[in-house]
Design a binder for this molecule. Structure first.
Ligand code: NAD
Length: 257
């Protein structure tokens, strides 16, 4: 088992990547604190983990709120005794996120609050818990859009993920000698609720796929497998990096026939 006796906190675990990571991490021996604002989804993830014989508990927390982030870290330590893995994965892609001219300030603020400040707050309260446990691994979900101009504009989302990458590098350097590794995980376009509701027409989907050499959307489970590697001691000399899991998207200039 690759996460035997570890305790993992996963934000946004009521759906998509977070849910698949909760299932996989628990299969590999971790106890998982499932965090979300969607209580039905979060509780369903916990039920799925338990049904598979794993250990999990649910905590409602909005990652853009300091008190909630403090509460989720306390819940991990209260339920399972410590925290070893912090997966800051929750994020939104707002339906009205567009180019700079047409995106409302409120959409910008909400997106940056959840996607960027949420990672900061997760670390603000989670890193002291990792230190109490003698060290650990932090994984921050970024995105390929932090590196490339996206074909479908989403200015706030893109900016928020750039912030996640920059924060990850600084966190990694600052906490390296405390036995804490911090890495970013950048998925390519995935077949999850988040992207499929944003790319809401077949034409938009195909426009995105033009750029993916593999010619398909990724699955949440494929990202969870990469997260497992970063969470486990197998990645013990890896910190401050960006793990791209994108079907070749960022390597491509033109897509092969
Ligand atoms: P998803 O929508 O399936 O899951 C995101 C989860 O986060 C949901 O359960 C949602 O309720 C939760 N959430 C939203 N706001 C929250 C908040 N304020 N506090 C706590 N939880 C909150 O999406 P996903 O595809 O699994 O996305 C997970 C992460 O991956 C996000 O950070 C997203 O930006 C990133 N990502 C996704 C894609 C993609 O194509 N789907 C690509 C690159 C990066």
């Amino acid at each position: 088992m690759r996460l035997k006796d570890k305790v993992a906190l996963i934000t946004g675990a009521g759906s998509g990547i977070g849910r698949q990571a909760a299932l996989l991490f628990s299969r590999e021996g971790a106890a998982v604190l499932v965090v979300d604002v969607n209580d039905a989804g979060g509780n369903e993830t916990v039920a799925m983990v338990k049904q598979a014989g794993g250990r999990a508990a649910y905590c409602h927390a909005d990652v853009s709120k300091a008190g909630d982030c403090q509460g989720m870290v306390a819940a991990a330590e209260k339920n399972f005794g410590r925290l070893n893995v912090l997966f800051n994965n929750a994020g939104i892609m707002h339906a009205k996120d567009d180019d700079a001219i047409s995106t409302d300030e409120a959409v910008w603020d909400l997106t940056l609050d959840i996607n960027a400040k949420g990672v900061f707050l997760g670390c603000k309260y989670g890193i002291p818990a990792l230190r109490r446990a003698g060290g650990g691994s932090v994984i921050n979900t970024a995105s390929f859009v932090a590196r490339l101009g996206a074909a479908t504009p989403q200015i706030a989302y893109t900016a928020s993920k750039g912030a996640v990458l920059a924060m990850t590098r600084e966190l990694a350097v600052i906490h390296a000698r405390q036995n804490i590794r911090v890495n970013a995980l950048s998925p390519g376009p995935l077949k999850t609720e988040l992207l499929m509701s944003f790319l809401d027409t077949e034409a938009k989907k195909q426009r995105r796929l033009v750029h993916v050499p593999m010619g398909r959307f990724g699955e949440a489970e494929e990202i969870a497998r990469a997260a497992l590697f970063l969470a486990s001691d197998e990645s013990s000399y890896i910190t401050g990096t960006e793990f791209l899991v994108d079907g070749g998207l960022t390597a491509a200039y033109v897509t092969p026939e």
